[in-house]
Design a protein around this ligand. Structure first.
Ligand code: ATP
Ligand code: MG
Length: 262
């Protein structure tokens, strides 16, 4: 039902003729945890925006199930790179906005409790509920955006460098929380997760996709099957994961070097 089929996708922004994405073809099955890697500016956020439906492709198709994606939907929870919180609403109101859309007939008090519980699960104090985004640190805003996406418990999560502004301890905590959320239901969520951190990708992903420099297409991809998944403890001792790590770094560096030479 939530399989994604991306076929011959190319994209350029309307105000700029430059091709950003070129001939992207991917099929992603429900339940895959896809990490996207690639140099800054190659088009990872653009690709995620196409999956949210906030941008539409020039050519090619993106099908979710058998329907084209052409608008935002509650089946996709989004954590934007710039947090995506409305600045005139408090942190709590931002989360409530998503919850009220998802559960329009639910008692408001119940929803508020759910919002506060989700905020607590990402390490935010209840007092943050009444604060405006401008009164929060980058990491707090990021956690609010994550709480907003988690609170509606969508089958698909689109996350753009969601842990980039966090300290190492909070980051590890939220990585674990995300993995728990991903694997707790019988039918796993589908996650698209952009990161610059190869080790984070290896810890989280069931599949890693590397985008090349623009116009960007997929230059490398690999799978990490369930029985080969590393843990935080053995990640840097596991020979197969270390081999994958070297390969990923090599591919990314090769892509950068080819641009410098060109
Ligand atoms: N709204 C826009 N209008 C025109 N060009 C844009 C727009 N947003 C992004 N771009 C351009 O598209 C290209 C890809 O940008 P994008 O933000 O997708 O890269 P990214 O891979 O997410 O980079 P980073 O890792 O730095 O976040 C860049 O050249 C950028 O300048
Ligand atoms: Mg980006």
């Amino acid at each position: 039902m939530y399989d994604l089929k991306i076929k011959d996708l190319s994209f350029s922004y309307k105000n700029d003729n430059r091709l950003i994405l070129k001939d992207i073809n991917i099929n992603v099955k429900e339940g895959e945890f896809v990490c996207l890697l690639g140099q800054s500016g190659c088009g990872k956020s653009t690709f995620l925006r196409l999956l949210t439906g906030l941008e539409t492709s020039n050519t090619g198709t993106i099908l979710l199930g058998d329907k084209p994606i052409n608008s935002a939907g509650l089946d996709r929870g989004v954590v934007f790179q710039d947090y995506g919180l409305f600045p005139w609403m408090t942190a709590g109101e931002n989360i409530m906005l998503a919850l009220k859309q998802k559960y329009p007939n639910e008692d408001k008090k119940k929803l508020k409790n759910l919002a506060i519980d989700t905020m607590k699960s990402v390490g935010l104090d209840e007092s943050i509920y009444r604060k405006l985004p401008k009164e929060l640190s980058g990491g707090m805003k990021q956690r609010c955006a994550i709480a907003q996406a988690f609170s509606i418990n969508p089958p698909i999560l689109l996350m753009d460098e969601p842990f980039g502004a966090l300290d190492a301890v909070t980051r590890a905590l939220l990585q674990d929380l995300l993995l728990e959320l991903w694997s707790k239901d019988n039918l796993k969520k589908t996650v698209f997760f952009v990161t610059h951190d190869v080790d984070e990708a290896l810890l989280l992903a069931s599949r890693i996709i590397v985008f090349g420099q623009s116009p960007s297409s997929i230059i490398y991809e690999c799978y990490i099957p369930p029985n080969k998944r590393p843990t935080r403890e053995n990640q840097f001792e596991n020979p197969e994961i270390l081999q994958l790590r070297n390969n990923l770094i090599l591919q990314i560096n090769k892509d950068v070097a080819s641009r410098i030479e060109a």
